[in-house]
Design a protein around this ligand. Structure first.
Ligand SMILES: C[S@@+](CC[C@H](N)C(=O)[O-])C[C@H]1O[C@@H](n2cnc3c(N)ncnc32)[C@H](O)[C@@H]1O
Length: 202
């Protein structure tokens, strides 16, 4: 689901970029299971900071960075520094129906995106389909104890609106991944508020 005005401001913001570069990127890298990730996919790339992190911190040679929102893709293309132009390609794509072949990527990244899906299980199946066996999914997601305050139509949804189909508890998420053929290999959990981790396709 596309972002509303409030969340667009929260996401396309230098503070968000700082947190993503300095805290989230390094934390996820410390949880990585593989030595290298030559070919990566990012879903919901927003303004493009995540794709740069994937190159700089994870050593990717090539990143396909996707978002369902044309405006976000245009922003990401505009923001892209020339040193990344050979390695990062931006494309419009819905993470629930990826236009990519099976078993293609060494890693898929979701920096706060799976919880924005109208059907998060569908997205996870797609992610698993395009991952190579042994490939890894890096995720950071708020859990439904938090996102339920922002459900479409609620008071707080004026700040950031989220679809009901993107809500999950940690157990639901872990089991959903397992059903899609992905086992969590590393996890940091902020109580029932958020999870940060890595899953591996078996
Ligand atoms: C909370 S923002 C996160 C943006 C960026 N990854 C970051 O960490 O700053 C969620 C992003 O997911 C995108 N998105 C929402 N639904 C999507 C879908 N079905 N497929 C792909 N991207 C989607 C939104 O347009 C938005 O850019």
């Amino acid at each position: 689901m596309k972002l509303n005005l409030g969340e667009r401001f929260i996401v396309n913001n230098p503070l968000r970029a700082f947190i993503q570069r300095r805290i989230e990127g390094p934390m996820l890298k410390r949880m990585a299971g593989l030595e290298s990730y030559p070919l990566c996919l990012e879903i919901g790339c927003g303004g493009g900071v995540g794709a740069e992190i994937i190159v700089e911190q994870f050593g990717a040679q090539s990143v396909v960075a996707t978002d369902v929102d044309t405006e976000q893709i245009e922003r990401a293309k505009k923001n892209l520094k020339s040193k990344f132009k050979d390695k990062i390609k931006f494309r419009i794509a819905d993470a629930m129906a990826l236009d990519e072949p099976d078993n293609k990527f060494d890693a898929v990244f979701s920096f706060g995106v799976i919880h924005h899906m109208e059907d998060w299980r569908k997205a996870i199946k797609e992610i698993s389909r395009v991952l190579k066996t042994g490939g890894e999914l890096f995720f950071e997601e708020p859990l439904k104890n938090f996102t339920s305050f922002f459900i479409k139509g609620s008071l707080f949804s004026r700040i950031a609106s989220h679809p009901e189909g993107g809500m999950f508890s940690y157990d639901e998420f872990r089991n959903g991944l397992k059903d899609a053929g992905i086992d969590i290999i590393n996890l940091k959990r902020l109580g029932n508020i958020a999870i940060f981790g890595v899953g591996r396709k078996t």
